[in-house]
Design a binder for this molecule. Structure first.
Ligand code: 4AD
Length: 502
């Protein structure tokens, strides 16, 4: 079939003209002599209006009973109509059913997340997943564009590696012809070698971590982009990171306004994402976490959550009463859908209410030296309206390759970038230890086998220079931009510790 169909996203060029659209039936309703079919073609939605008499009678009847997600082509004249989804509609003169679908499992009413993950292959077609998919496309395009336009060379680092780049506990082992190899946790170490050849490089690919945590921020397979730069310092890295993140946000705002609106993302806050971001040292963060200000902040949050809970319970009660009364089936279905959403929101609020005192306690008791936990990051990120750099973590809490601060050997020249409004860490980065002997000592201190890092140590023998870089997690960034609670929605086929569905 030659693709000579008009795309729904191009309809503005065809007003008053006849076009043929090809797609899937998103939803339909009929009011006797007129049918309204909403067609989905991958580029948008278009309401197609079919008046009895304008198409053959037999076809009119067939279309009336056509199931959701049936595939078809529809011929008609384009009309501008502000009230219509997408701003245009089609006055239908003909249609051809390609493949009728019956009993499509994902109906417009709400489904639980487990059900949707099991049906991911179909759930892709839903408006929300479609919007997230489009934004993911923009984010990935912006990532490549930013580095390509700023003099970085793309280096494809290996997926199968012989050594740990991050914590050894999260390595996935692979049997490589009888010997163990690992799925890469980061391209960083190989990228450092490339930085000594090209100066500014980046790698971009899937990375793997056998994370034993089932949190909303962890996947076992996720995409990470990592730049690495020779002759840079920590300030230079922070500047690079804030320009990079601001560029991604600007591209999404420019290209995906409609998708952001559909997803109810916080567009006003995203417009505020411009350099400079906040800069705090780890030690300052510890002081904030253990302060009165944080205790008051969390107490205020608890009060808000309790109010929210009361409102949700009241609304649920109202709807349950309505549902028990004499109402039509479609009204019952509508209420059922709303109830599913409200009960999910109530369960989430309950969890937050339960966690609030625990998180307050953890923050209050936080002692210098530990890595920040997820809840600590959430608190700091909730207290800020722009991303926050947290720098200079204790050496003991961080990876072997991070360079110690010459002014204070207890801390390293590193940073995490926390996205605002509670989303937490999206970037981790650092200056790298460039002194051969200090690096050997750090490898030993962390109980790693020095012989596995001979090649990496060579980089410190032959023209070592100050260098550093960072890694940005694509799914976490998308979750922040699209206001998704869980990053599993931000990758086409999520892999999590407890489940791989499809
Ligand atoms: O902080 P991380 O572990 O840093 C590194 O891997 C460095 N080697 C990067 C570098 O300096 N070149 O991970 C970087 C980012 C995190 O900030 C987070 O966004 C994401 O990768 N990330 C994960 N995303 C989803 N699921 C997981 N399990 C993740 N672990 C890290």
């Amino acid at each position: 079939m030659k693709n000579s169909f008009t795309r729904i996203c191009d309809l503005s060029n065809f007003v008053d003209k006849e076009v043929i659209l090809a797609g899937w039936l998103y939803k339909g309703r009929s009011s006797g002599k007129v049918q309204f079919l909403v067609l989905r073609d991958g580029t948008g939605l278009c309401q197609c209006v079919i008046e009895k008499g304008n198409v053959p009678d037999g076809l009119f009847e067939q279309l009336k009973h056509l199931g959701q997600e049936s595939s078809l082509t529809i011929t008609g004249t384009v009309r501008a109509d502000e009230r219509s989804v997408g701003g245009y509609e089609l006055a239908v003169t003909n249609a051809q059913i390609i493949s009728p679908a019956d009993g499509y499992p994902i109906t417009p009413k709400s489904h639980g997340i487990d059900f949707l993950l099991k049906h991911r292959h179909l759930h892709f077609r839903s408006q929300r997943q479609w919007c997230i998919g489009k934004i993911r496309h923009t984010v990935i395009d912006a990532i490549r564009r930013f580095f390509n336009d700023n003099g970085f060379i793309l280096i494809d680092t290996p997926i199968l590696t012989a050594t740990a780049g991050e914590e050894e506990q999260t390595l996935f082992e692979v049997d490589y012809f009888g010997s163990p190899l690992y799925l890469t946790q980061t391209g960083q170490l190989h990228l450092e070698s490339a930085a000594m050849s090209f100066g500014k490089v980046y790698c971009f690919g899937p990375t793997f971590r056998a994370e034993r945590s089932k949190t909303r921020r962890h996947l076992t397979e996720f995409w990470m982009v990592e730049p690495e730069v020779a002759f840079i310092d920590l300030d230079g890295l922070l500047e690079l990171a804030e320009n990079f993140v601001s560029f991604i946000v600007a591209q999404v705002l420019q290209n995906n306004k409609n998708e952001l609106v559909t997803l109810e993302a916080d567009i006003a806050s995203l417009k505020n994402i411009k350099p400079p971001f906040y800069r705090l040292t780890y030690t300052e963060v510890v002081n904030i976490l253990t302060s009165r200000k944080t205790r008051d902040f969390l107490a205020g949050q608890l009060k808000e959550l309790q109010d929210q809970k009361q409102q949700l319970e009241a609304r649920i009660g109202e709807l349950e009463t309505q549902q028990a009364g004499q109402i039509k089936q479609w009204q019952k279905d509508k209420i059922t859908a709303e109830l599913i959403e409200l009960r999910t929101a109530l369960a989430e609020t309950d969890t937050k209410i339960e966690n609030n005192p625990k998180h307050a306690e953890l923050a209050h008791r936080f002692r210098w030296g530990k890595d920040l936990g997820g809840s600590d990051e959430t608190i700091i990120s909730q207290m800020h309206d722009k991303p926050v750099f947290v720098t200079h973590y204790p050496k003991q809490a961080k990876a072997f390759y991070m360079k110690a601060d010459g002014d204070n050997e207890k801390v390293v020249l590193n940073f995490d970038l926390l996205a605002p409004a509670g989303f937490g860490e999206i970037i981790g980065g650092s200056m790298r230890e460039d002194d051969h002997d200090l690096l050997v000592a750090r490898i030993g201190e962390q109980g790693l086998a020095v012989e596995n890092y001979e090649w990496y140590l060579d980089l410190r023998k032959y023209g070592s220079v100050p260098h550093g870089g960072f890694g940005l997690g694509v799914e976490r960034t998308i979750a922040w931009l699209t206001a998704q609670k869980h990053i599993r929605q931000c990758i086409p086929f999520p892999r999590m510790m407890d489940k791989v569905y499809i």
